[in-house]
Design a protein. Structure first.
Length: 367
């Protein structure tokens, strides 16, 4: 695979950081309020300001395509077929975005974003881009996965747009990015994946929990607490094979099934006194942590009224975190510190996405 010849012509300016009011985490808005929310960013000249247009009312693909063509009629005339970029936004802290992710967000024509993509991150999107909310949560999906597939295809293939699919964490770690890439490839749509820092890596680093550690954990295992279409047997089998005292377990979306998870692990032989943590909204200012042991974690998570999204980390390495050690000394399991954020720098202008796209031997196209 060839490397791009052009160097990255982007520098961060310490004098161009966002005002504190812009980087502070705002109270979560309802999506009906987001429809009217402005995502404009000041450029110093009023005439250069833009405003995103949010659509989350379940409009059909045809309706959204018509709206897009009315707003940006020049796209189809200036370009050939578009492309889709599956972009991971990390666990929540905008400072953990990759440079490549920010560059694509700044040049996107259309952005389809999930529930777990924070408002701070959405503010970095190109002003004027069409924002389509496609978020999902337990027992409620604004759009089916098939509808999301078709929206991606429609904007890229029919309108020639640069489409950015924003996903929390990493698109290929419990993010259904593989399904979306497969669907688009089979229909001749160019698709690229930009990795993000998955929640397991970002949140464990924030808390000071090494996922592997010599003498304590020789491997790490990622599990999901959700089973496809209620497939409980498959979930039980996944948990049963994870029973290993020298493996760190990280469970995504595991709050609703936490008690069953604990039962399966302890019956499989894991010591109930194994250190464990449950982290709500990790790496964000709303971060809350329950430090506990495996056998007590569900009760203490309930007592703290943790809400989704919550990540579960189980293993001896949890005891290396200063927060866990302090909880053992004080007897207080709940910690509400909020994550440590640095001011997110403003990129001095939109940096074009490199045109030198290379296809590797596996058939995946990469930046």
């Amino acid at each position: 695979m060839r490397c791009a010849q052009k160097p990255l012509n982007t520098t961060f300016s310490h004098h161009l950081s966002l005002p504190r009011s812009r980087i502070a985490r705002l109270p979560l808005l309802s999506h009906s309020r987001l429809v009217a929310a402005s995502a404009s960013r000041s450029t110093g000249e009023e005439e250069n300001q833009g405003q995103n247009w949010y659509q989350e009312d379940g409009s059909s693909g045809e309706t959204l395509l018509q709206l897009f063509r009315e707003k940006q009629p020049e796209i189809e005339s200036n370009k050939g077929p578009g492309a889709v970029y599956l972009v991971g936004t990390g666990p929540g802290d905008p400072g953990l975005l990759t440079l490549k992710a920010v560059r694509l967000m700044q040049t996107a024509h259309v952005v389809l974003y999930d529930r777990l993509v924070s408002e701070d991150i959405l503010r970095l999107v190109n002003p004027g881009a069409l924002m389509v909310y496609v978020g999902k949560q337990r027992s409620y999906h604004t759009r089916t996965q098939q509808e999301i597939h078709e929206l991606l295809r429609t904007f890229a293939a029919d309108a020639g747009a640069t489409v950015v699919r924003l996903k929390g964490g990493d698109p290929f770690v419990f993010g259904r990015g593989g399904e979306e890439a497969e669907y688009l490839q089979h229909r001749g749509v160019s698709v690229f994946c930009v990795p993000g820092i998955t929640a397991a890596a970002g949140i464990s680093a924030e808390l000071g929990i090494p996922l592997t550690h010599r003498g304590l954990a020789t491997s790490v295992r990622f599990l999901t607490g959700h089973a496809r279409e209620g497939g409980q047997a498959a979930l039980d089998e996944s948990i049963a094979t994870a029973v290993d005292p020298h493996t760190t377990l990280v469970v995504y979306m595991g709050l609703a099934t936490l008690r069953r998870l604990i039962t399966e692990l302890t019956e499989g032989g894991i010591d109930g006194a194994t250190p464990a943590a449950a982290i709500e909204r990790g790496t964000t200012p709303e971060q809350r942590i329950v430090w506990s042991t495996l056998e007590q974690l569900a009760d203490e998570a309930d007592a703290a009224t943790l809400q989704s999204p919550t990540l579960i980390i189980i293993g001896k390495v949890v005891a290396l975190a200063l927060g866990w050690q302090q909880a053992q000394l004080t007897g207080k399991s709940l910690e509400v510190p909020g994550a440590h954020h640095l001011p997110f720098p403003v990129l001095p202008g939109v940096v074009p996405v490199p045109e030198d796209l290379v296809e590797n031997s596996s058939g995946w196209r990469m930046l």
